[in-house]
Design a protein around this ligand. Sequence first.
Ligand code: GLN
Length: 540
Amino acid sequence: MKNKKVKKASKYIFVTGGVLSGVGKGITAASIGAILKAKGFKVSIQKCDPYLNVDAGLLNPVEHGECFVTADGKETDLDLGHYERFLDFETNYFSSVLSGALYRELIEKERSGGFHGKTVQMVPHFTDLVQEKIEKASEGSDIHIVEIGGTVGDYEGLSFIEAIRLFANRVGRENCLYVHVVYVPWINTSKELKTKPAQNALKDLRGFGIIPDVVVCRTEKLAPRSMCEKIAAFSGIPGEAVLNLPDIESVYDVPLNVLKSGVLEILNRFVGTDTEPCMTQWEEFSRLRREKWEKTVKVGLVAKYAGNEDAYICVTEALKAAAAWEKVNLEIVWINAEDLAEDDSKGAKAAWKQVEDADGLVVPGGFGVRGSEGKIRAAEYALENDEPYLGLCLGMQMACVAAARRGGLKKAGSEEFGAGKDENVIYIMSGQEGKESTGGTMRLGNYPAKLTEGSRVAEIYGGLEVIERHRHRYEVNQKFLPEIEKGGLIVTGRSPEGSLVEFVESPSHKFFVATQAHPEFKSRPLNVHPLFREFVRSLK
Ligand code: GLN
């Protein structure tokens, strides 16, 4: 492990779940990673999901939460965002593996004769491919963590469980650590914790040939030690390997809680060193987050998918972290963009009151016409009333439309919502026409931008060259820059050759900055993105 030249990781940690999904398996996996990182290891992490989708690009954000984009342009689910936040590293194309992509690869190989007349089977072909993807994603790190989506026993996930069992033959059982996260429910009527579902979940896992090295019991409240001992006794696992993780208020306290749960000894044995992990930054962040500050800042999030906060999780996490380090309390006010109408309806009045009461507005990314007029009006309001505004992707596009309308182009709009060529301030990139419902065809991942010297963004970033992640199909139509400028916004960042607008700002405004990119994807709790930090600072 000390040998930095090793290509693949030499140690692997597999995290599976039992009883229920959605009890924090991903956060547990990421927290174990954060602890190992704090011990000085290079850690990578990957999610294997048994969905038949090829990637997460076409999944509905209301149902599945935000679509996260990696630096190299893969559209993934929001777990990868958690990984990046907890480990402060960049996931990549290989960090997310969906069954659909694996089947596609196998079938394409079969169609091109790549199996030389052999039958193609789940075992060994699918399971080998899973293992190859795991090795690939582990490249360059000391320890690689793999989270398997769903719960053990799910029909569609079986081949992944088989693949991680087989993986121990590939690298040696001593180089694999299996962590099983189970839920232990509290039954209120009889006032007791019920361990039977956890016992059954462990029996299922054993049935697939895996005896875990660590069992994490998730409970609502801190459980007596006897609960862990009982599960251990019934499942043939040493008592000290069964840990309890009760619910806590903030996910960012999970790394510290995992550490307290007694996992460190097991991890030390596994990696062969007993250095203390340096968790001071996590401790500091946890302390700042828990503090009640004198000042509260109110951020209005003008959103379309207001029913599911997970749809904007990177944005809200970036704001929360910025507030903690800026030592203010944060109140996020969800403003339904569709309510920001021009009429006197009760809904519109209430929504406009929210806009007025907020200290600043964030207009995040989005797709489709619904709510777009409300976002344009919100941007117009912010421009006219010196209310801080941070526009992210669609949030920048709508700000440009608002400015163009103010600048005299009354019918300014976006081609995405039907604007014709005399008013399409936002228009389709050449080569993108007709691909609206096709997966993986947007401008995705990292792209550089050059900032204007002396601009607000240059000052915020502390330099003139930046790289941000993208996920969009439409662009600012530079033909309409005179109107946009007349309406109060200037372009202060472009793609290096100048053809694409990347940043706009209002020079005389308290804080009006918008970008075609998604800086929220690069914000970390321990290393907040400067745009979010400055935005929150402007609200103080
Ligand atoms: N719908 C817009 C586009 O495709 C904005 C996308 C976004 O906000 N991610 O360009």
